[in-house]
Structure formats: structure tokens, C-alpha cells
Design a protein around this ligand. Structure first.
Ligand code: ZN
Length: 445
């Protein structure tokens, strides 16, 4: 190995982050040598004084807690008398506000924008990658400023591996955005996904990567090699006679995906709306099931037994119904009623809920809508908040680094007006956003 190659190895940012990811800004190669400090981080400690603190774990907020931040971490939390302030501390008062861990969005599409602006198929087939990336940078900022500091993006939908570059741009401080977990293209069974309905002689670009059987091993490895943190697979989709939702991959194929991903320390998320798709995905060992619209008690019990979390995407379900003409006041269409019933069953069964909305189907920056619906569909506000903080972090295996207001964790913190444990709508009033000790939004703005 020559010296140039060795030098490049040290300079190259770690593209793939399966397993234990650094989740810190990647070192930026500088022409003057040495990594740059992350832009925007204060060189002095910061003391936050909110009205109350929701710590991401306990249902009741702590009145009068203060939080001390040094560098990119939380150094201390508790009553003012128990948290000694260093001399050079900057104090930020957050009167009337609740401080809570930065929110987690478990299911986003940064490369999509609302379908009532442009249908999905036109975004995939007619929008250039440059246009889509430009939009994605705006979406990343909107997500962060609306309080989401960690986001799992579940597929670029035809924008190749642009999510990996977007993540690097955020990590290097080039653009503001949340911590990203990315999957690149996602995996679908041949013939099952979209766009479809074109003359068979045309090769139409697809919204995800097709693979089947033994070839799944190569595609999983190739996506990991290109920077996927998670693998996303479509365990069912609308295809075949009648074009209703049907399972795609066999249990054996899904197991092959999970086993290959695990070999690299990667986890698998499965899109599944049918009971059979959910059952196969849970048996194969995926970690999260996305949507779960037609789940029943039996399949939710299987998920609970196997430790599979549900990412319900309630907000996207409602958005789609509105795009089809539902006003929101009229009786809910069947699709919304079905989803509501399935979610109620999931709650009764005790399945872990990971907050995830499918944001991108509706506007980036409106992610609080999912938490409002989690409550509207039957969760207590504190439980909904946990699914986007402590519990959400655990489901994504990030709980040793974020998701709670606790010493030693990343200083990913937001403040909202009011008390979201009483009124979840307070999440729409985000006034302060900090990610890794860097302030991105302050009350005076
Ligand atoms: Zn999605």
C-alpha cells in the first residue's frame, strides 16, 4: 500500500455508519492541517433555565430544573442549588417554557415534498437530482428548527445515494440539519414498486433498488458500502392483480437481508401495511415495521414478543386522505378509520411505538402533527413524547448518546412554550433548538 493511499484512508470521512456510529461532526480535511472545530459551538459553558424539564423518561416534568452544557454534552442537570455554575457560564432564561430532549423523527423522506404540490411519480421521474438535493437542504433546516434533532430518513425515492452526501454536509457544518440515519435507495422486490404502468419496452427508473433471492446479499452490502446506516426493505406493496397491498419477499429472503445487514452491524426497517407482510418481517428479525395499517392483535403480539417497534406514520395517512378530498371535518374515510383501529390495537398489545410520520408526504417542519395524532389516537402526551425521545432513541439504539436530558449525553435540547405533557400542541411553539451544544434557534429570534 503506498503512502498516498494510507494518507487518503485517514482523510476519508467514514461514509458508512452501521453499528456504533460516531454521530459527531466528521473531521473536515483542512488545507492547513487538523480538523476544524464544529462551527457555532460556544467556547464557554451554557446554563439553561426553563420553567420545567421533561427528561425523556419520567412522565412528570421537573419544575425549576436547570441544565448545564459544556462543549457538545450535557454536563449536569437538577435543582439550581445542586448545579454549580462555572464563572464564565452564559445563562439563557427560558421563561414559561418546557425544555426537552431534541425530538426524534423515525421515518422521513428529505428528498420528497408534499404530494399535493407535486405527485410522487413526477418527483421521481421529472425532478433532477440537483433540484431534489437543493430542496432537501431546505427540508433539513426546517426539520431541525421545528425541534427534530435526530432523523432516520427511510429512502431517497429515486435520488440514489444523495442522502449520504446530505448527511456529510450537515456533519461538516456546511448546512444546518438534524443528525441523520440514512438508508440510501431502499430495497424492493422486482416488479413490485413504482413508477409503474408504462409500456413494458421502456425501462422506467424506480423509486427504490430492485433485488430478489441470493442477489439481495449483494444489494444490501452495496448499499452499506455506499453509506447506509440502516437497510429499508418493502415487505409488501401494491402490486399484482387488483393492485392491492400484498407481500413481496418471502420470509427466507427477508431473513437473508437481515442476516447480511447484521453482519455489518446494520439494522433493518420494513415497510409493511398488510398483516402477512408484517408477520414475515417480524419473523425475519427486522427492528422496526413502518405503517402497520392492517395489523391485528395477533401480529402486534408477535412484534412485541420479538421486540419489533412500530413506526405508525399517522400524519402521512391523514395527509393522503386529505389529498384525496377529505376535509378533516367530514367522517373519516375508511383508510383513516382502519389505521386508527390498528393503532389502538397496537397500543393495547403494548408494542413499542417509535415516533415516525413519513414526513415529506406532508411539509417538512410540520412533524409535530404526528405527536398530536399519537395523542388523538389514544396515547398519553408523555408517552407520545417518550416515543420521540427516550423510547425512540432506544428503538434506534442511540439511547447511550441522546434522547434524554441526562449528564453525558449529547446536548440535543429544545424548548417549547407551555407544557407538552399537558397539551401536546405546545410542540408547535418551538422557541429554542440546540444540537450538540450548538444553538440553532433562540427565543429572541
Ligand atoms: Zn416512507
Amino acid at each position: 500500500m503506498n503512502r498516498l493511499i494510507i494518507a487518503l484512508m485517514f482523510l476519508a470521512p467514514a461514509a458508512s455508519g452501521c453499528g456504533e456510529q460516531p454521530l459527531t461532526p466528521a473531521p473536515v480535511p483542512s488545507p492547513l492541517g487538523g480538523p476544524e472545530p464544529p462551527p457555532g459551538r460556544a467556547d464557554h459553558p451554557i446554563l439553561l433555565k426553563p420553567e420545567r424539564v421533561f427528561d425523556g423518561q419520567e412522565a412528570e416534568p421537573h419544575a425549576d430544573w436547570v441544565v448545564l452544557i459544556r462543549g457538545d454534552k450535557i454536563e449536569n442537570v437538577g435543582a439550581p442549588a445542586d448545579v454549580s455554575s462555572p464563572k464564565d457560564v452564559r445563562v439563557i432564561d427560558l421563561p414559561g417554557m418546557a425544555l426537552l430532549p431534541g425530538l426524534i423523527e423515525g421515518h422521513s423522506h428529505l428528498f420528497l415534498h408534499p404530494y399535493d404540490e407535486t405527485p410522487w411519480e413526477d418527483q421521481v421521474l421529472k425532478e433532477s437530482q440537483a433540484l431534489r438535493v437543493a430542496r432537501a437542504t431546505v427540508h433539513a433546516r426546517a426539520l431541525l428548527l421545528s425541534g427534530f434533532t435526530t432523523v432516520r430518513d427511510l429512502g431517497t425515492e429515486g435520488a440514489a445515494e444523495a442522502d449520504v452526501g446530505l448527511k456529510q454536509a450537515i456533519e461538516r457544518g456546511i448546512i444546518p440539519g438534524p443528525r441523520l440515519l440514512v438508508v440510501t435507495r431502499a430495497i424492493v422486490a422486482t416488479g413490485s414498486y413504482a413508477p409503474k404502468g408504462f409500456a413494458a419496452e421502456f425501462a422506467v427508473p424506480q423509486g427504490a433498488e430492485e433485488a430478489d433471492g441470493e442477489a439481495l446479499r449483494r444489494v444490501v452490502r452495496s448499499q452499506i458500502g455506499r453509506g447506509a446506516d440502516w437497510i429499508k426493505v418493502y415487505a409488501d406493496y401494491y402490486w399484482g392483480p387488483g393492485s392491492d397491498a400484498k407481500p413481496t419477499f418471502s420470509v427466507e429472503e427477508l431473513k437473508l437481508i437481515v442476516e447480511t445487514a447484521r453482519g455489518a452491524g446494520c439494522r433493518v426497517a420494513a415497510h409493511a401495511t398488510t398483516k402477512e407482510g408484517m408477520r414475515r418481517a417480524a419473523l425475519a428479525g427486522v427492528e422496526t415495521i413502518e405503517h402497520g395499517d392492517l395489523g391485528d392483535a395477533e401480529v402486534f403480539r408477535l412484534m412485541k414478543e420479538r421486540g419489533v417497534a412500530l413506526c405508525p406514520t399517522l400524519a402521512a395517512g391523514e395527509a393522503m386522505a386529505r389529498y384525496r378530498g377529505w376535509s378533516g371535518d367530514a367522517p373519516a374515510p375508511a383508510s383513516v378509520g382502519t389505521k386508527r383501529a390498528a393503532f389502538k390495537t397496537a397500543l393495547e398489545t403494548g408494542v413499542t411505538i417509535l415516533n415516525g410520520s413519513d414526513i415529506g408526504v406532508f411539509a417538512h417542519g410540520k412533524g409535530a402533527r404526528e405527536l398530536e395524532l399519537l395523542v388523538d389516537y389514544g396515547m398519553k402526551p408523555a408517552d407520545a413524547l417518550r416515543s420521540a425521545t427516550g423510547i425512540g432513541a432506544k428503538a434506534l439504539h442511540l439511547d447511550n448518546r441522546l434522547g434524554m436530558v441526562k449528564p453525558g449525553l449529547f446536548a440535543d435540547l429544545i424548548a417549547v412554550e407551555g407544557d407538552p405533557t399537558r397539551e401536546i400542541g405546545a410542540l408547535r411553539k418551538v422557541r429554542f433548538v440546540m444540537k450538540g451544544g450548538v444553538i440553532h434557534r433562540e427565543p429572541k429570534e
